[in-house]
Design a protein around this ligand. Sequence first.
Ligand code: NAG
Ligand code: NAG
Ligand code: NAG
Ligand code: NAG
Ligand code: NAG
Ligand code: NAG
Ligand code: NAG
Length: 491
Amino acid sequence: MLLSLVPLLLLMVRGSQATHFLGTMMTYYPEETHADGSVSVILRYKLNFVSCTHSDTWQCGGNCGTQTQTLALSVVDEVSGEWCQREGAITRLLPNNTGFETVLAGGDWISNIQNGIVSWRAVTDVELRNRSDNGKPNTSPQTTILPALRIPSNCPKTINLLAFDPDGDEVKCRYGNTSDSECNPCTPPSVLSLSSSCSLSFNPTNSSAELPYAVQLVMEDFPTQNITLTQTNGSQEVKTTSDAISKIPLQFVLKVGPTVPSCTEGLYLPRFLSPTPSNRAQLYTPAGQALEITIRAEAANITGLLYSGPHNMVNDSSGSGNFSLTWTPSASEEGQSHPVCFVVQSSVFGTLYHSDLRCVIVTVGNTPITQPPIVVPPTVPSTTALINSTISPALNVTSRPTTMTPAVNATLLPTFAILNATDRTLAPTSAPGPEYVIALNIKVSTTLSLDSDSNTIINLIKNKLVDEGLPSDISVRLLSNNQVVVTTASP
Ligand SMILES: *[C@@H]1O[C@H](CO)[C@@H](O)[C@H](O)[C@H]1NC(C)=O
Ligand SMILES: *[C@@H]1O[C@H](CO)[C@@H](O)[C@H](O)[C@H]1NC(C)=O
Ligand SMILES: *[C@@H]1O[C@H](CO)[C@@H](O)[C@H](O)[C@H]1NC(C)=O
Ligand SMILES: *[C@@H]1O[C@H](CO)[C@@H](O)[C@H](O)[C@H]1NC(C)=O
Ligand SMILES: *[C@@H]1O[C@H](CO)[C@@H](O)[C@H](O)[C@H]1NC(C)=O
Ligand SMILES: *[C@@H]1O[C@H](CO)[C@@H](O)[C@H](O)[C@H]1NC(C)=O
Ligand SMILES: *[C@@H]1O[C@H](CO)[C@@H](O)[C@H](O)[C@H]1NC(C)=O
């Protein structure tokens, strides 16, 4: 008698759970370090449920300090009866810069999840110790995702997630580890393969029904060179390029739907058209100034734009296939980068289709000038032993005073060979008058050695700067910390 009661009780508990979760995500930004060593941090998160009335709260463990401000959950976007995404924010004031962990856990995900996930669990590790490379507490990777993405079962597809790091770190994605309690459990979807660069590849399957999978990812930031993290009490820890600094969760539902008659985009599946910004594009807008993102797509029967971004972003449509998203950042968001992702949905004979996922990052501040691909002096003959030297991560050109105009730099160093480039922005200050400070952040990889060929490198940089309009009497110096200083005698 007793034995048969036990499963019955379990069944009743299970039956009382609402099945309504479609994932979450969280990012963080340090806000201020105060004179007494206390640090404030803002945690922004999204909660995805079937309805806008469901809820859950993040639990904090470790150096949690006090919660000084809370932004109540506000609706970002909603597909009635399918999902509602809301954004919330929590500001914490910590007595020192020791990090903490925050966890969201509960039950249940929507029903019939194919990879057997029932309970939800998501974990964020907040690291706020000062970084030796920029002297500031760490910022997490920035990303977002829609609650559900739809894929027809017969089309191969790659989902390139947004993976941006404001500190310039390398962002990597992995599935959560069940043994580390990063989800409950973490079983990955069998139909996806994940690359560490945050791309998910879908391999066509043989299904005719709509099958939902829970995708439970962890995103981490890795320094591009060894850095030291310094605690308020002075103790230090080295993070190498294989040590994650912080981690954030990114969880959503992949809905593998019925086969589509054609996988060609622009027919059943919507296809993005110009001027839709490219995936992972970085956009800029000053605080208080509205940024409008224009989105255009074509397909047989477009029914709407679905998006994830700041909750106060406004959507509009000027007719089928033409959409816009408008957002005005506040002054407190100055310098921060905010993620925005969207898909265009179509509906043909009762089946819903999504375009590719498109994401952009919106940085609050003045527009920098986009730098062309990175440049290297010509390769040295291969008979000599090649010494790979990397000026990394930043080559800073400070020019003061000069008559250089911002536009000049858009074509800086175009005649050299092109190499891998990351983090290329050129941000002139808006200083009035003849004095200009130009900050140029580029990563240069070259087969020349910084030790033996520095004069060649300096001359190549100098010649190019002069070509681009700087006075010919500039002098260029390379500093040991990989900075380039440009000075000129003439005003
Ligand atoms: C898919 O399944 C159906 C029915 O089970 C079968 O007839 C068909 O050959 C399968 N197709 C592929 C590509 O495996
Ligand atoms: C980075 O730190 C590790 C461990 O401290 C050390 O073994 C390695 O040599 C360092 N790498 C560089 C490039 O300094
Ligand atoms: C960390 O950096 C902030 C400035 O970003 C500074 O005010 C603070 O004193 C630093 N703390 C430590 C422990 O280095
Ligand atoms: C600093 O604080 C950390 C944890 O709060 C502790 O592990 C470490 O021993 C402390 N270091 C010093 C030098 O007091
Ligand atoms: C904006 O999105 C909401 C759903 O969040 C939708 O109800 C509304 O129709 C959309 N507006 C336009 C103009 O597309
Ligand atoms: C969408 O915008 C394009 C370009 O601005 C325009 O040519 C087209 O007519 C618009 N379509 C609709 C349905 O408004
Ligand atoms: C186009 O979309 C509308 C709105 O969802 C739907 O009512 C209509 O049936 C769709 N047309 C076709 C051909 O599927």
